[in-house]
Design a protein around this ligand. Structure first.
Ligand code: 4UU
Length: 528
């Protein structure tokens, strides 16, 4: 049984994303497009479009164009969309890097994506320099969004974005079509390590138009708070690009900090806030919320991990606002399901309905039979083209009929309302961020005192998912749980830390050597 969206199909124009977003921007040239939350500095749509045009010209001057990749390693700030869309307008693909990554993690993505330029901020320069110095990285220039720091001793030129934007060079004439690669965010998908997710201009435009059908309350005059990162697809599409598309104002925050978050909502009179469940917990429960006048908030939208419906209702009551939930995945650009703005009555424990142009199947992962409960398969114009340089991962995720196998288990009602009820993939979500077990297992095995290891997601006392490592000690090795945790913590980004350790005699494995995560989960859930 294929479940189609209850909405009529929409047409997706065959153009590049910057042309789609900026071709008639002159109508809103003087409206505010982006506000840097901490400083209050504003950028109008006219300035944004000009910056996009000049950054594209500067990349053209460097000989970069179709087939090239640049990397963007920065927290949310007003120049993020200048770099992102300037890159796309020049025909290059932009690989967005997690701002919390260590030099090794940054280097992995730079190498894997073949990025030739790295755009970052001066506060990240130490990590950026260490990453570009690693073997196999082909970056030849660092561009700093906030300052020029070209020091004689640095191996690569380090130039200021502001200087690039003054170029008087002609914009190179590249014809960008819907099928060209636009964004290359990284995701581990259902299994293994992080992979480049090839999202085309058409994918990103499609998801904006699909989301627009549901987001009837987003328009010019709306203020969107962008505290979730633009490097992750949720922030990229739902905050940055949706805001630009709707001619709304996007207020950026570089990281989540509750007092600053509440101050910004209150001072800028934010209408719409996008969150992942941990921020919903703070909004529902933290006493500090009472100290701020945030009755301006009209809608809080939650995604990236399951929202507890009771908590969602408590937040809606406290803020006197509508609460909505959506479901997405990097490989889906990202949204495939959400609750529409005009249906606040929909069950908050659901993920809403399929977006226009989306078809779904629910397939039993064991038998391959379609039924009322099963792995969610999604087809539509927002489905990624492929994983970068990884035909095996592509073919095990994206089938020949164009359905993407999400690794999430869902059910659906007769009205077409979907619920996520389980997960059959390896992926762990910590505060909405991806934690790929395969990466942690590989890292643990580099420790001489560890003979074998497996990592799964378990629930902490608050019901939050956290990574737990099962570790087999090398014979005679002296190793404590804390030793294991600090070994991992010093080598990876904070959200990927192992938070619980259990020593066991043997990791359960199948005949072919695959870790039997099911057995570890069963062991975890067994009564003590
Ligand atoms: C249960 O997290 C994302 C995308 C999130 C998103 C974006 C826009 C949600 C709603 C929206 O409108 O992408 P990834 O690739 O980091 O993680 C994808 C995985 C899913 O496969 C699923 O396991 O994150 C989990 N997930 C959810 N799980 C995402 N949303 C939900 C949800 N409930 N609402």
């Amino acid at each position: 049984m294929t479940v189609r969206s209850p909405y009529a199909d929409i047409d997706i124009p065959d153009v590049g994303l910057p042309e789609f977003l900026f071709s008639d921007v002159s109508d809103h040239a003087d409206s505010v497009a982006v506000i840097d939350g901490p400083s209050g500095r504003e950028m109008t749509f006219g300035e944004l479009a000009h910056g996009v045009d000049r950054f594209a010209a500067a990349l053209g001057e460097r000989g970069l164009g179709k087939g090239d990749v640049i990397a963007l390693f920065a927290p949310n700030n007003a120049y993020y969309p200048v770099v992102f869309h300037g890159g796309l307008a020049a025909g290059v693909a932009v690989s967005t890097i997690n701002a919390m990554y260590t030099p090794d993690e940054v280097a992995f993505q730079l190498r894997d994506s073949g990025s030739k330029v790295l755009v970052t901020i001066s506060a990240f320069l130490d990590r950026a320099r260490a990453a570009v110095a690693e073997e196999g990285v082909v970056v030849s220039e660092i561009i700093l969004i906030d300052a020029a720091r070209d020091e004689a001793s640095t191996p690569l030129p380090e130039n200021a974005l502001a200087d690039l934007l003054t170029t008087t060079a002609e914009r190179p004439s590249v014809t960008v079509t819907g099928d060209d690669v636009a964004a290359l965010p990284y995701s581990s998908g259902t299994t293994g390590r992080a992979k480049g997710v090839v999202l085309t201009h058409r994918n990103l435009i499609a998801n904006l138009l699909q989301v627009q059908t549901m987001g009837t309350h987003v328009s010019s005059g709306t203020k969107i708070l962008a505290v979730l990162p633009f490097f992750h697809i949720y922030g990229m599409t739902c905050m940055m690009n949706q805001g630009i598309h709707a001619r709304a104002a996007v207020v950026t925050m570089p990281k989540f900090e509750l007092a600053e978050f509440l101050r910004i909502i209150s001072e800028y009179r934010i209408d719409r806030v996008y969150v992942a469940p941990p921020i919903a917990v703070a909004l529902a429960k933290h006493p500090m919320v009472e100290e701020y006048d945030i009755d301006c908030v009209d809608i809080v939208f939650s995604g990236a991990a399951a929202l507890d419906a009771e908590l969602g209702h408590a937040m809606g009551k406290r803020l006197n606002c509508t609460v909505l939930q959506g479901y997405g995945m990097t490989e889906l650009s990202p949204v495939s399901h959400c609750m529409p703005d005009d249906r606040p009555d929909m069950d908050l424990s659901s993920i809403g309905v399929a977006l226009p142009n989306v078809e779904c199947k629910l397939v039993d992962p064991e038998t391959g039979e379609e039924g009322p409960r099963g792995e969610l398969w999604v087809k539509g114009p927002n489905v990624m083209r492929e994983y970068l340089n990884n035909a095996d991962a592509t073919s095990s995720t994206l089938d020949s009929d164009g359905f993407l196998h999400t690794g999430d288990v869902a059910t659906v009602t007769d009205e077409g309302v979907f619920y996520i009820v389980d997960r059959v993939k390896e992926l762990i979500k910590y505060k909405g961020y991806q934690v790929p077990p395969a990466e942690l297992e590989a890292l643990l095995l580099t420790n001489d005192s560890i003979a074998d290891a497996a990592v799964i997601g378990v629930k902490d006392a608050d019901g939050e998912e956290i990574p737990k490592a099962f570790v087999v000690k090398q014979q005679g090795a002296q190793l404590s749980e804390d030793d294991v945790m600090s070994f991992v913590a010093s080598r990876i980004a904070p959200h990927k830390k192992v938070r619980v350790v259990e020593f066991i005699d043997e990791i359960p494995k199948s005949g072919s050597g695959k870790i039997l995560r099911k057995d570890l989960r069963a062991r975890e859930n067994a009564p003590a």
